[in-house]
Design a protein around this ligand. Sequence first.
Ligand code: ZN
Length: 302
Amino acid sequence: MSYQAIHEKLASGRLVVLDGAIGTEILRRNVTWADHQLENQPALVRAIHQDYIRAGADVISTNSFQLSRRAIESHFRDQAHRRQVGSADLDGRAARLLDASVKLAREARDQAAAGRPVAVAAAVTTLEWCFRPDLAPTEQSAEREYAEIFETVARAGADLILLETVNSITEARIAAMEAQHAKLPIWVSFVCDEQGELFTGETLESATRALEPLGVGAILLNCAPPPDIAAGLARLAGRTSLPLGAYPHIGRFDPPEWLFTDEYPPERYRAALEPWRERGASILGGCCGTTPDHIAAIGSLA
Ligand SMILES: [Zn+2]
C-alpha cells in the first residue's frame, strides 16, 4: 500500500526523497552504535526515523546494517564454538533484531507521517563486508541467506527492500530473485569507485542489464563521496529504463565508526545533488554522515 504511492510518484517523474544515515546519526547523538540500539534505546532509533519523516522523507530505511546470521556467526570458529562460548540467544538474534528494526520504523511512521504516504524500506547490505566483493559467499549460501532475511522483514511488515552498498552483479542478481520469491519490491543500490564502476571491475551498465528482467524497482548508488557517485550516475544516465537514485556519504570512514567532517553542510550537499536530478536521478537521499537537515535541504529539488 505504502509502496504503491512511491511507485506512482516515480512513474510520474516526481522526486522521491529517501532518508539519510541512521547508524552514523546514532553516533552523532553521542550514543555508541553497538547492537544497533534496537533493544537498548528503541526511543532513540524511533526519534531519528521520525526526524527523517518530518524532514520530508518518502522512504525511511531500517536500522539494520549487516544484521544477519552470517555477521554474528563470523565471530566464531564454527557453530559448535558459538554454542560453547557465545551467549545463549545468538541463534535467533539477527532475526529478532531485523524484526525489531522494521517495527520501530513502522511505529515512527504511524506517529510522524500525519497521513502522508511513507514507505518503510528494510535496509539490507551485502552478506559479507560491503567493500570486499572478494569475500562474497557462494551463490548457494547467498540464496539461502537472502531468503531468510527477506522472509523475516516481509513478515515484520516492510514495504520494500533497499539492498544497499552492493559490490557485485552476482550478489545483486541473487538478492533480486529472492526478493521476488518473498513478494517484496526491491531497489538495488551499488557502491561505485571514483571511475563510477563496481568494485569487482564490472560496469554499472552490465549491472542494469542483469537486473532489468528481475523486477527490480530502481537502481541506485550509495556510500561513496559525491564526486564518485556523480561518476557512476554519468555511466547510468540514459542507459536504463529503471528509475535511478543516489545517496552519497559525507565525511570519512573511520572503522568501525565514522568521522564527521564539515565538507558538506546541508546547502552544499543540496547543490552537489542538484545536477543529478537533471541527469535523471529521481530518488535522492543520504548515506553515512548525513542528517535530517541534509534531507530537508534536498526536498527543494522536487
Ligand atoms: Zn554509507
